[in-house]
Ligand binder design. Sequence first.
Ligand SMILES: Nc1ncnc2c1ncn2[C@@H]1O[C@H](COP(=O)(O)OP(=O)(O)OP(=O)(O)O)[C@@H](O)[C@H]1O
Ligand SMILES: [Mg+2]
Length: 261
Amino acid sequence: MRSDCIPQRSSGLTFRDVSVSYAGRPVFSGVSFTIPAGGFACIIGPSGCGKTTVLRVAAGLVTPSSGSVHFADQALGRPRRDMAVVFQDYGRALLPWRSVAGNVSLALEAAGIPRPERADRIHELLKTVGLRDHARKYPGQMSGGMQQRLQIARCLAQEPRLLLMDEPFGALDAMTRQSLQDEILSIAASRDMTVLFVTHDLEEAIYLGDQVIALDANPGRVDRVIDVALPAPRDQLTTREDAQFVRLRRELHGLMHKEAA
Ligand SMILES: Nc1ncnc2c1ncn2[C@@H]1O[C@H](COP(=O)(O)OP(=O)(O)OP(=O)(O)O)[C@@H](O)[C@H]1O
Ligand SMILES: [Mg+2]
């Protein structure tokens, strides 16, 4: 995307001409995109092209070598209270010695929510992610899908305005994955969050996103930003059969395989 296409101010997430190098080796350069406030953008691209690095820059964990990153019209330079990150490796993100309720409570404690208010909030959050009846279990007693739901509940407890997700459903079976896709869409819509979601899965990117940012490797850069105008709410059967969905899948598949061709 050309940087002159990008609005000068945005209340969403804006990358403007961002370059990152690790130990002098460039990962990507000139990355520019804007996710409007409340928008849902998915990043796709070949392994090693820098998807996780884009997310780490947005999280304030990696400092770009040049360019600027803004969220809600403020420069991003360090982790913010109104952002939450869902990692792929949910096992390591949870505290095994705390119960399900205790893991969610942690985020509320960090936010200074008084104890009497916490129980109701925990109950509500666990209901949202379908874990209402599992509050007393420990992470080790739950399936991968349930642990990932718990990590999402913990992130939602922070009431983030910006939610960053790095291949969060990558290790899950197809059924669990689809149900979490629908949950995250409905949660994002009801809370007006801006979401940046990394995935390897082209269909997942089209299904979830209202924007798909396709990265290229060697050199790392934005290859294309595609708007997805599929109607909401999305539906696992009808959305995937929609002519636009099929056309976009073909287009993205062509982009991802052009080097192999
Ligand atoms: N901490 C680091 N130090 C040095 N190089 C790194 C570091 N993190 C990532 N890299 C390199 O930067 C490049 C981009 O890595 P990144 O993890 O962002 O890719 P990715 O697109 O997320 O890949 P994948 O799809 O495999 O998760 C890779 O070449 C990787 O080896
Ligand atoms: Mg990655």
